[in-house]
Design a protein around this ligand. Structure first.
Ligand SMILES: NC(=O)c1ccc[n+]([C@@H]2O[C@H](COP(=O)([O-])OP(=O)(O)OC[C@H]3O[C@@H](n4cnc5c(N)ncnc54)[C@H](OP(=O)(O)O)[C@@H]3O)[C@@H](O)[C@H]2O)c1
Length: 273
């Protein structure tokens, strides 16, 4: 799979990961864990690694721990979670609980969820990085209305990652956040790559345009290749509850990527829908 370097270290990260909001919020029944395991197995078998979760996603962190216990090798996954609470003590308690639930001695990426109490949590994250319990720091949001605040905090706190919304349906990140991430050397994860599924509804019943057929086998790959071919983007994290959708999404990490003029053509086409 195509990988891109994390600017802070040069470590390479495969461009397709997995979001787990709602889709991994399932009971720990054998059947549900087997399904989640199959999704992660497909991700890692194709060379992908990033799993994104949060304490906000109810049972998702526990399900990730169950999937690892069911045989996914810890070193094959890049675990990204978040701190989503107010205050230092509550944040530290939450980070400890995340590590316990995911059965991870070291968390690869700890992100401040929706910029909630950033200064307080970034200090604790840095302390955990010094102790070797967290590898990378990050900030997240999911709406264009927060891009200015995110940009200010990127400059002030210098996280190693940001996570933000970006897709053919929501291109605002191109204006400020993506160029700033490039300038400051910050890795970028993309959430809502399908606008929570809305993009598929926009193309329901439509064939892929002919010009796209040389680089995409499906609408999912069309949408994801638009994202991961942006020079500032490191990895997209589509969520899915279905192994065959994971396989489809993974296809976007392979083969020809659109260049700048093709990206414009894709955007122009999407606007006509
Ligand atoms: N503030 C934050 O930090 C924040 C906010 C929002 C999101 N996130 C992260 O970003 C992740 C992704 O965002 P999201 O979950 O909002 O939405 P999304 O990834 O844009 O869309 C998910 C939807 O797309 C469908 N889907 C996935 N692959 C598909 C395929 N190949 N073909 C057809 N349908 C497909 C899924 O349904 P199926 O289950 O049927 O596949 C699901 O309904 C989240 O899970 C979370 O990890 C973070």
């Amino acid at each position: 799979m195509l990988s891109k370097p994390i600017p802070a270290t040069g470590e390479s990260l495969p461009v397709i990961g997995l979001g787990t909001y709602s889709v991994f919020d399932v009971d720990s029944t054998a059947e549900a864990i087997a399904n989640s395991h199959e999704i992660v197995e497909r991700l890692t078998s194709a060379g992908g690694s990033l799993l994104d979760t949060s304490p906000m996603y109810n049972r998702s962190e526990k399900v990730i721990g169950d999937v690892i216990a069911a045989g996914i090798e810890r070193q094959d996954v890049f675990l990204a979670t978040k701190v989503w609470t107010g205050g230092r003590e509550a944040g530290i308690k939450q980070m400890s609980r995340s590590a316990e639930l995911m059965r991870a001695e070291v968390i690869d990426l700890m992100q401040v969820h929706n910029l909630r109490d950033t200064a307080v949590h970034m200090q604790a994250i840095r302390e955990w990085q010094d102790k070797g319990r967290i590898r990378y720091s990050g900030l997240t949001h999911y709406t264009a209305g927060a891009h200015e605040a995110l940009a200010r905090e990127m400059a002030e706190f210098r996280p190693q990652f940001i996570q933000i919304n970006y897709s053919l349906g929501e291109r605002e990140a191109e204006n400020r956040v993506l160029p700033l991430a490039e300038e400051l050397g910050i890795a970028v994860l993309i959430n809502r790559p399908y606008q929570a599924g809305q993009l598929f509804r926009a193309v329901a019943g439509k064939e892929l345009p002919e010009f796209a057929q040389e680089f995409a086998d499906s609408w999912g790959q069309f949408f994801l290749k638009f994202i991961v071919s942006h020079p500032a983007v490191t990895c997209a994290i589509p969520a899915t509850s279905k192994p065959h959708h994971m396989a489809d999404n993974l296809g976007a990490g392979f083969g020809t990527m659109p260049d700048a003029s093709m990206r414009e053509r894709m955007a122009d086409y999407f606007e006509t829908l």
